[in-house]
Design a protein. Structure first.
Length: 675
């Protein structure tokens, strides 16, 4: 170090600095220096680093800015003070100043043994001066400065470069991992958007940092109040930002005039937002702590236009927050409840699934009104609350939920009305939906009976039965997804993971089997959670169906065709995981004795229609009438409650012509129904 350096004492000891609560997070430490640059009115702050070796060590780490620099004549009030900064004295109701405690400059101790600030500023004679300030971690109670030198203003400009010496506990990996980039977005996105018109940017090795992926939602809303126009931009962030949630009021030149808190800072719904308001109205506006009407032409918060603006902005945010809670937060809550087993168990039949939907809609509506009812509960408390709601919804006293809620929270008239409508109408809507669906399914079954019994000589597998069962696969159970219909096994299994796992596109599957070009009629699959003795796991249920036209009796030939499918899947290592269960069905109007005799061979498993089983692979043979009866058994309760007029359904169907045209008509009508 040069001998003409000057040592300055701090107004605190090294121990006081260390014990003051300096950050232990390298990310926050770097952020402190970035904010120092922006506080110095920098347009650009650049994090510059270089890799030293293959181990990922850093050759250097520098944070530079093109701000106004650090004035030498004010060092006593900046570097010389601790826990008391000049920034505190100049703080206004804007976003221009962030550090106010005067300790951010010591944050380097987390990852370096020394920091050097080379800074350039304009003195009172408008000369460009440069000098260096340094602090060593061994003595945080003092700092050193070099002599100043005068620079050519046509070559150099103001700014500060902080260089960190003898780096430790930080590597290239730390600076290049995604979490560091995301952290910078959370800290600066709101500020960079606010200062975008001024060309303010944060760079990493000269490349400007983008922040689009932290914006979850945005909207531009023009507002006109009397003779003033306001361009309002609403932004919802997908992560919590470093600033509180503000209305940023900006002049026509897009410089910030002032900011005020929104009314949603104390809510816990994850509604991270900022509102930017741009208008010439703020060119002649002064924010005052105690505003009163002015008569000098300058506006303040007492002005009628401003009061109207505040009301509109509040209403806008209320609508945005309500939409967010209903469409995002409430959905996330319910999905979490389902994933964690907090929702009660519901059967897979239509009735129970309707009850489940009723409970989910009620939880969403209550959460939209008052999220705090659900927040902060442990697992047992959440289960108790949800079970309580489910019991009330299933009783004749469902509307008591409203009065119970009113004892807990204060509801506005709009909230009360909204919840009342949900409690009053969701049950009716679900009953109507279930009734319509069940009616359509009964109609489909009666039409299928007609096709396979009275019109069997006109009914074909490919043109009628196959097409209808693509829509009516619910006959084999609820909650399945249709993987494929009448395509080769190679194509069907390629589509398997696409449907079941939500892949972007079907995978390429190659099957080394002579049966690979066979075309199973229906391929269904679903995922479900099961609880074993020690753990919970996900199982995949898979169903492959072979359908035969009514005139074909199911014999050994048809059984063996299904058995070929059975062996193809069982012997392919890509599809024989322990978590996969495979069931193969062959369905026809009648079964010959060679097939029905197999029932006795497997009756020990107590599974109706079973004709073969090996581990997780099962084959079932059944008639169309068996299939129809199984539907009636599964839905006996709800069919009895809904009390459909079966005679009317049958009379309508019997009017169909007894020929090919009638079969085609029935098929077309069945394909048009919603099931």
């Amino acid at each position: 170090m040069a001998t003409n350096n000057v040592k300055h004492k701090l107004s605190a000891s090294s121990r006081s600095v260390i014990n003051s609560g300096l950050t232990d997070d390298y990310r926050q430490a770097i952020v402190e220096y970035i904010w120092n640059g922006f506080d110095a009115e920098a347009k650009v702050v650049d994090i510059q680093y270089q890799k030293a070796d293959e181990l990922g060590n850093l050759a250097y780490l520098i944070i530079s800015d093109n701000g106004k620099g650090i004035r030498r004549d004010l060092l006593e009030y900046t570097f010389g003070q601790f826990l008391d900064s000049q920034k505190r004295q100049t703080y206004q109701r804007t976003s221009d100043v962030h550090g106010k405690k005067g300790k951010g400059r010591f944050s380097f101790q987390k990852f370096a043994y020394r920091a050097e600030w080379t800074t350039r500023y304009l003195n009172q004679q408008d000369e460009l001066k440069e000098y260096t300030i340094s602090i060593d971690v061994q003595d945080l109670s003092s700092y050193e400065t070099t002599e100043e030198r005068t620079l050519d203003k046509t070559v150099y400009s103001t700014g500060t470069e902080v260089k960190f010496i003898n780096l430790h506990d930080i590597s290239v990996d730390n600076l290049e991992q995604e979490s560091f980039y995301e952290y910078l977005e959370q800290q600066f996105a709101w500020f960079l958007y606010l200062k975008e018109a001024q060309g303010v940017a944060l760079k990493i090795n000269g490349i400007e940092m983008a922040y689009d992926d932290i914006i979850a939602d945005s909207d531009d809303i023009p507002m006109d109040i009397e003779n003033s126009h306001f361009d309002v931009t609403y932004i919802r962030w997908n992560k919590r930002i470093s600033d509180k949630f503000y209305f940023y009021m900006m002049k026509s030149n897009l410089n910030e005039n002032f900011k005020t808190l929104t009314s949603f800072n104390n809510k816990t719904t994850g509604f991270y937002h900022s509102i930017y308001v741009k208008s010439a109205y703020f060119d002649n506006f002064e924010y005052e702590e105690n505003p009163s009407e002015r008569f000098d032409g300058v506006k303040n918060q007492a002005d009628g236009v401003y009061k109207s603006l505040q009301k509109k902005l509040k209403k806008l945010l209320e609508e945005k927050e309500k939409g967010f809670v209903q469409e995002v937060a409430a959905v996330k809550l319910v999905n979490g409840y389902e994933r964690e087993g907090i929702l009660p168990s519901f059967k897979q039949d239509i009735y129970d699934q309707s009850r489940k939907q009723d409970l989910i809609e009620t939880i969403k509506q209550i959460y939209s009104i008052q999220p705090k009812i659900f927040n902060g509960l442990n697992e047992d408390q959440s289960k108790t609350l949800v079970a309580f709601l489910n019991i009330l919804l299933s009783s004749d006293e469902r509307e008591k939920i409203l009065s119970i809620l009113e004892d807990i929270v204060t509801l506005t008239e709009e909230e009360r009305s909204g919840l009342y409508n949900v409690l009053k109408t969701t049950s009716i809507k679900n009953i109507s939906k279930v009734a319509n669906m069940m009616h359509n399914r009964l109609v489909a079954i009666e039409r299928l009976k007609l096709l396979v019994n009275d019109l069997e000589k006109f009914t074909t597998e490919r043109d009628h039965i196959q097409k209808i069962m693509e829509k009516c696969f619910w006959l084999f159970g609820e909650q399945f997804n249709l993987v494929s219909a009448d395509v080769t096994f190679e194509k069907a299994l390629a589509n398997y993971t696409y449907v079941l796992d939500g892949k972007e596109k079907p995978e390429d599957v190659s099957i080394d089997n002579e049966q690979k070009n066979r075309r199973p009629d229906i391929f269904l699959a679903r995922k479900r959670m099961v609880n074993d003795a020690n753990t919970s796991s996900m199982l995949e249920d898979n169903i492959i169906v072979e359908l035969k036209r009514p005139s074909v009796e199911i014999g050994i030939k048809e059984y063996r065709q299904t058995e070929d499918y059975f062996r193809l899947i069982k012997n392919d290592p890509k599809f024989n995981a322990q978590s996969r269960i495979w069931k193969f069905f062959v369905v026809g109007k009648t079964l010959d004795k060679d097939v029905t005799d197999k029932y006795d061979s497997f009756k020990v498993y107590n599974k109706r229609y079973l004709v073969n089983i090996q581990d997780r692979y099962e084959i079932y043979a059944l008639t169309w009438d068996d299939l129809f009866k199984e539907f009636e058994y599964r839905h006996h309760y709800i069919l009895e409650k809904l009390n459909f007029d079966n005679e009317a359904i049958q009379q309508e169907i019997q009017q169909v012509r007894q020929d090919v045209s009638g079969v085609n008509q029935l098929t077309k009508e069945m394909l048009s129904l919603e099931y």
